[in-house]
Design a protein around this ligand. Sequence first.
Ligand code: AMO
Length: 477
Amino acid sequence: MTYGISHRFMSTYVATHYRTHTLGEIQSNGAELVDKEVTVAGFMEANRGKGAICFVDLRDGTGKTQIFLKGDNVGDEALDMVQRMTRESTLQFTGIVSQKRPPKAKEGEPTPPPAYEVVASSVTLIARAEAPLPLGVTDTVHVALDTRLDNRFLDLRRAHVAAMFRLRGKVLQYGREALINEGFFETHTPKIVATATEGGTDLFPMKYFDIPAFLNQSPQLFKQLCMSGGLERVFEIGPAFRAEKHDTYRHLNEFISFDIECSWSTDEDVMGVLERMIYHMWDCVSKDEESQQHIATINQYRATQGEEPVEVIVPELPFPRVSYCDAIDIIKQKGGEIEWGDDIDAENSDLLAEDLPQFYFLPRWPMDLKPFYIHHVEGEIGSTGKQLSRGFDLNFGRDELTSGGQREHRMDVLIENLKDMDLDPEEFEFYVAGFRHGVPPHAGWGLGVERILMKLTGAKNVRETVLFPRDRKRVSP
Ligand code: AMO
């Protein structure tokens, strides 16, 4: 299975105290390194050979290389140490790069590319791994998610798991790129707050000296204050905490919220920003060799589990837009049980997803279903006489990835909205104050990073996309 990332993507990997070269570099740059001395280090995947010789399969974050040891070269004591060493121990070797004897090409098949090994002249044990391992690193047997998460550091050594997190970094990089190209800049808002952002009760209280405080649910109120501050276009990628009691494949109690806020804009304007950003993410993943390598690694693993490969289909722009009212009609036509004014639950979203398996916007929700900070649509009333809003969702098939909307910027209406939702405007004074001395109309959205990663990689559980997930039952490791 492909492991790590190829040397040619690693222009910034320079020699360190512990190694002169990475293992990926030995393979991709081997022809130039033949007969040169190198020092390499990594995890020992396997060792073979008794008596006077031994082969070690060594793995670092960039790839794998075979190390060849002879008692004559490294000394009998060192050879014996390596032969008795446990799998996954970390070792450092110094030796000469040599081209491996090529395996005979099978008839009709192309000759495999040359491979390189290191003929060791010395070896140092860095850290011995205890045996047995709680989790196999190289085998493809199915392991329960809980066991994997309990031993996440070992799970991360598995190629397809490492590929997921490297890809996660890439997707965020592409997201940042797209927004910076549209004039946004990255900011950070506090995670320790005094009031509920989304107006709900799903807050984790915390001890903050003698003051009651909470972990923030969303940067919402603060990103809006940035608009009052004239910053015009900001984005933030940061943690959001929700004390929701859901225990599902798509809910976490700590997730990474990718938020923007944009002045002088409507809901439609920021839907444009969102679809262009997602297009850029998908387009880059489909073109960038390194990202493609991560997808290939994930697919190699999926094949061992009998799963279909994931395909990165670059979406067409604009994404389809199905207004809330139309969505209710479609669900009803398909026999779903729903009334105008109801939230669209997962089962009804499945009905929509039959015709919309990929990205689609659901704009214009009833005001009652959206938070107090959402702007209503002037003069537009839904079929039951209820007010429509400038709030939207972005779904991928059945799952919601983003909520957003144009914000209410008129202070008097905002105060009425708070009261309508049984919230005390005085508790939101720090926020309401931001609307007292002039404010641009503005709009924005929040995207769940884990949910979009699920869609990109075909992961069936959001926990697959988080290093150390926090859910109702898990707060460690
Ligand atoms: P919302 O509450 O819909 O909107 O959250 C935005 C997006 O964040 C993700 N998300 C979650 N992901 C995993 N686990 C959870 N428990 C969870 N909750 C939410 C989803 C969701 O679409 N302030 C608004 C955004 C805005 O209007 O700018 C907000 O937070 O992908």
